[in-house]
Write a protein that binds this ligand. Structure first.
Ligand code: AKB
Length: 315
């Protein structure tokens, strides 16, 4: 049976993708890997390899050893952290991508998923219902790496026939694995404060609208895109994915409907400038048309599931 490798399996998306794919296809066909070992739960759930995504030889060895057919390259440095370590972010985000693109070009892997982000857009992009194809002048290190990555994905598809597929993820919200260094992380931290009865200090202004999505929708999209017939995939850079758009104020009001005593205040930091450069909402009609994309969670269902999940995880 064809095997799949998830690189960055301990991360926010990688951990949930690993769990879902293992449930669907059996634990032995899904090989998890990361730069270091993960939680006891992840380590016990199936095969795991310690692997540096920027090391071509290590990556190739694991791929040959397990006879890997599909790779999800989820290793990346996110927007907030990347602003602090620009060169490290560029090295990780680009070298990890080139390694898998080149392995696919050499036909050592057949299918490749690589995550892009709404960070590919910049201050000159139309902010509302940002279309699939539009002005893209990202002003963050992370955004520049993602936009460059998209260009290379499309190039490898057109020039070498590499079956690479990608999604521009909005801010992803989940309670299972903490996020690491993103600008949209406030929308996760806020739930932890609400459940613990603490006042939450938001690092974004109350009226900063950003596109967001509950993790289950993001995992569903990722798997649906990878399972879609190749002839339906007309975008080989990366697909827009919309989800739900809200501001910190709107999210806090939705939380208050369930936790009436919840309080929030605002102290924007350096991430405000990053958020200001990103779209407020995304048009994902191309994904809808090409592979029937449809999201399930709205703001209310997101708040319900997050409050319940965070409560259970800390009790
Ligand atoms: C981040 O905030 O950096 C990420 C993203 C939108 O790609 N969550």
């Amino acid at each position: 049976m064809a095997k799949t490798l998830i690189v960055g399996a301990c991360g926010q998306i990688g951990s949930e993708l690993t769990a879902t794919l293992r449930q669907k296809h059996g634990k032995d066909t899904i090989i998890a890997s990361d730069i270091r070992e993960g939680s006891a739960e992840l380590m016990a759930s199936g095969p795991f390899e310690v692997l540096d995504a920027t090391n071509f030889a290590q990556l190739q060895d694991v791929i040959m050893h397990y006879d890997i057919d599909t790779v999800y390259m989820m290793a990346a440095m996110l927007s907030g952290t990347a602003e602090k370590f620009p060169m490290k972010a560029w090295e990780l985000n680009m070298n990890s991508l080139f390694n898998v693109l080149n392995l696919a070009k050499e036909q050592k892997i057949k299918h490749l998923f690589w995550p892009s982000s709404i960070a590919v857009f910049g201050p000159t992009t139309p902010k509302l219902d940002t279309p699939q194809q539009t002005i893209m002048e990202p002003s963050t290190v992370y955004g520049i790496s993602k936009q460059t990555g998209e260009r290379w994905c499309e190039y490898y598809y057109k020039r070498y026939g590499v079956d690479v597929r990608s999604i521009r993820y909005p801010g992803l919200i989940s309670y299972k694995t903490p996020p690491g260094g993103g600008t949209t992380d406030y929308a996760i931290e806020i739930f932890h404060s609400a459940v613990k009865g603490e006042v939450y200090t938001s690092f974004l202004n109350e009226d900063t609208a950003l596109p967001m999505m509950y993790m289950d929708d993001a995992i569903k999209a990722t798997i649906e895109l990878m399972e879609a017939d190749g002839d339906k995939i007309n975008v080989r850079s990366s697909y827009n994915l919309g989800g739900i758009s809200f501001t910190p104020h709107e999210l806090s009001e939705a939380i208050k409907l369930k936790v009436s005593e919840f309080k929030i205040n605002y102290k924007p930091d350096f991430r405000q400038a990053i958020a200001d450069s990103w779209p407020s909402s995304i048009d994902d009609s191309v994904a809808q048309k090409d592979w029937n994309w449809e999201h399930k969670y709205d703001l209310k269902t997101l708040v319900d599931v997050m409050l319940k999940g965070v409560e259970e995880s800390i009790s």
